[in-house]
Unconditional design. Sequence first.
Length: 309
Amino acid sequence: MLLGCLLGIFSGAYACVPRFDPEIACGDGFVDRQAGEECDPRNEESFVDACTGTSRPDGVGRCDEITCTLIRDREQCATCGDKEIDGDEECDGANLGGQRCPAGDDAVQCDSMCRLDFSLCETCGDGLVDPAQGEECDKANVGGLLVQRLCAGANLGEPGEIPPLEPPNSSVPYTFGDAISCTDDCQLSRLGCSYCNNGRLDPPTPLDRLGNKTLEELCDGDKFDLGKLFAQFPNNSCWDTPQIRPNVGCADDCGGYVTRPGEPACCVQSGADCAQDGTPRCCYEYAHPDSEPCELFINVMDQVTEVCR
């Protein structure tokens, strides 16, 4: 080109003007469209609104510092608040990505940093036992519910102590039974608990704050309700002799009787005179063969006698 212009000059053709191909000059603050520049990194106005018209119009564009071309792809234009979950966002506005609270409720929220906020979620049902929230168990944690939990506790005051469950009436503690299931409000079910083996014949007694009660006890250890025992064995010949009853023990749950195969069918009731010759024997002796079955008793005549325990 330059040679042609020189020849034109010598020939009198002064109209020849040299032409130069424009080059990209990123960083000079000028957007040279002829050079193919779409923006300039030092000219913010040339790229800041580049996301307008894309699927992420609220984002901010950028200018490539080498090629002076607009960067307005999905990653660049993504912004927290555009209701689209991008990059490391866990959520965006009302778009929770299908997330729900661990317990299954819909109280999960999205914070201003597009992170999931579970603070308002129910803890009962999330699979974790949270004592700070009053949970004794978690209804979603099925595997953990099948571990035996003694209602009365175990090893109290010793290493490995299992504390007793709180009964509805704190003055009447549980003395028997297991809790192996979890209620809908994440409390251990008390339906398997009782007050058996506390040395009393308890009537139906509240088990929990839901109004459930125990069954009436037929016996408790060495204590027997003779009326209920007779109703169970009305035709037993032991009743034919005063102060004699059928030789049965009390079931572990205080709700029934246990027979004693191989032992005499009848025995002397608790509080009755001990037989001097040892026959018939006290019922207590069959239940506690290594203990003294008789104890001293002073009657209304200030006479000292021996009666069956």
